[in-house]
Design a protein around this ligand. Structure first.
Ligand code: GLC
Length: 474
């Protein structure tokens, strides 16, 4: 079985969020299970020279972007045993950031078109093109409207995976022809809410639509979560399913991780304490093994639940012997909140604004608890990484958080959870977690249980393969 995994970002080459983790690890897991899965992504200007040096030039072609003909170089690289095709066009991709440009619609129309155009030149004819998020949503649309009946293209199936329904790729209708190169007759496929909505187009045209957890697959049928797309998804619910993400357990392994202060494992968890002491030290917090440390590693944006944290964290810090280790960047509102907090409680709050991957790992390894009270969370990877490092998650029961974390109140769970999006419900979960921390025997058991949780790709890779097989059998 041949699968071309199309993504706008993938590790190790370029990353801005969880999609890059998934695109950088699921194909490897599929490969281990004998699926010939290859990745196609843009050759961004930000990709490091050390990677570029290993890339092989395959060919260059011209790709239509409506009436334009744009240069498209194709490079090949290997990472983790997987073949990557990198689409080169400096005009579109040599920029300082991945997204957020005035012409993103055109950039990813080019990318989507290029994915289809390069097929005759790469010596790999996929049975399935697996697309991800709005940036590759035009692939199923172009396949349905332009390529499906062309010689050499027949019989390919397409899958669209929604990693976050908040970002849909919405554009004015006036660019349907001029930028996307689609005729008036395709309007019913891509038009929604008086504009062009690329994700809607993918939902209409792809053979299957998936999202990254079972709970989120149900949630997005509800207007509270769907950012408007629930009527379309309800109509197409027969092709919708949820498959939980896994994490790369080789990359995230406290036993071998070189970025943490001291390695440890489920068998010998004792060294986790050394990581905690070192973390307290780098954040200039009093080094005390009995003070619980709560870690937060996140984009500082509202849907990650920071309104709840804003509402009660002051109270928590004033009344409780606890420390916070925060890493993230994002909205000014939350950045300035944490700055204030760090100034008011210098002995309790350690803060780094920005995204520093090795610091994230130090927090996973050095914290006792990991707070992730998201308003919505399609899957969430950090809570799984936290478990892997023995930091006990406190999460809201939504999306993938609900599917990966169960409350330990029953003596079996792996974290602390709360249901409604309410600051005092979160506070209750934090208080229960801190009380559990005070019971050393119980806590050691919880940490060991967390360290043993298996969130590797095994089970989910099998589910993707079953989905691929069902499609090919149709
Ligand atoms: C998006 C979602 C996140 C998910 C990730 C990978 O970033 O917001 O919940 O884990 O995609 O699928």
């Amino acid at each position: 079985m041949k699968v071309l995994y199309a993504a706008s970002e993938a590790l190790p080459f370029a990353a801005s969020g969880g999609l890059a983790d998934v695109a950088g690890s699921l194909p490897q897991a599929l490969k281990r299970r004998r699926v010939d899965c290859r990745v196609v992504m843009p050759l961004y200007g930000t990709i490091k020279d050390e990677f570029r040096a290993t890339m092989k030039f395959i060919t260059n072609i011209m790709v239509p972007v409506s009436w334009r003909r744009q240069y498209c170089g194709v490079f090949e690289a290997k990472a983790g045993g997987v073949t990557y095709y990198l689409i080169d066009n400096e005009y579109y991709f040599k920029r300082s950031t991945l997204y957020g440009h005035y012409d993103d619609g055109e950039r990813y129309a080019f990318f989507s078109r290029a994915i289809l155009e390069i097929l005759p030149y790469i010596d790999f004819k996929p049975d399935i093109i697996h697309c991800n998020d709005w940036q590759t949503s035009l692939v199923p649309v172009y396949y349905t409207t332009i390529y499906g009946s062309k010689e050499g293209y027949t019989g390919i199936k397409t899958i669209a995976t929604i990693h976050n329904i908040q970002y849909q790729g919405k554009y004015g209708k006036e660019i349907l022809g001029d930028v996307f190169g689609l005729g008036e007759e395709t309007t019913p496929l891509v038009e929604f809410g008086d504009c062009i909505n690329l994700m809607k187009g993918a939902i209409e045209c792809a053979n299957k639509v998936t999202t990254v957890s079972n709970t989120y697959a149900g949630e997005i049928l509800d207007p509270w979560f769907s950012h408007g797309l629930d009527p379309i998804l309800k109509e197409r619910s027969y092709k919708l399913s949820g498959i939980l993400n896994g994490i790369d357990t080789k990359n995230y392994d406290p036993e071998t991780d070189k970025d943490i202060f001291c390695n440890y494992s489920a068998k010998e968890p004792e060294n986790k304490a050394k990581n905690k002491a070192a973390l307290q030290e780098i954040f200039n917090l009093p080094v005390n093994e009995n003070t619980p440390v709560i870690g937060i590693v996140s984009r500082l944006v509202s849907h990650k639940g920071f309104d709840l944290i804003k509402r009660v964290m002051w109270e928590v810090l004033e009344t409780t012997d606890v420390q916070l280790a925060v890493l993230g960047s994002g909205d000014w509102e939350y950045e300035s909140f944490f700055k204030e907090l760090a100034t008011a409680f210098p002995e309790k709050v350690g803060l780094r604004l920005g995204f520093v991957p090795d610091m994230a790992r130090k927090i996973y390894a050095g914290s006792d608890l990991f707070l992730m009270p998201s308003k919505s969370e399609p899957c969430g990877l950090s809570q799984m990484v936290a478990l892997r490092y023995g930091s006990i998650p406190i999460v809201r029961e939504t999306g993938g958080l609900k599917d990966t974390i169960t409350d330990s109140g029953d003596g079996k769970g792996n974290g602390f959870t709360f249901k409604s999006y309410d600051a005092y419900d979160m506070l209750d979960a934090i208080r229960r977690a801190l009380a559990a921390y005070g019971d050393k025997k119980l806590w050691d058991k919880l940490v060991k249980r967390a360290l043993k949780c298996d969130n590797s790709w095994g089970k989910s890779a099998k589910e993707y393969i079953a989905l691929y097989e069902s499609l090919l059998a149709e």
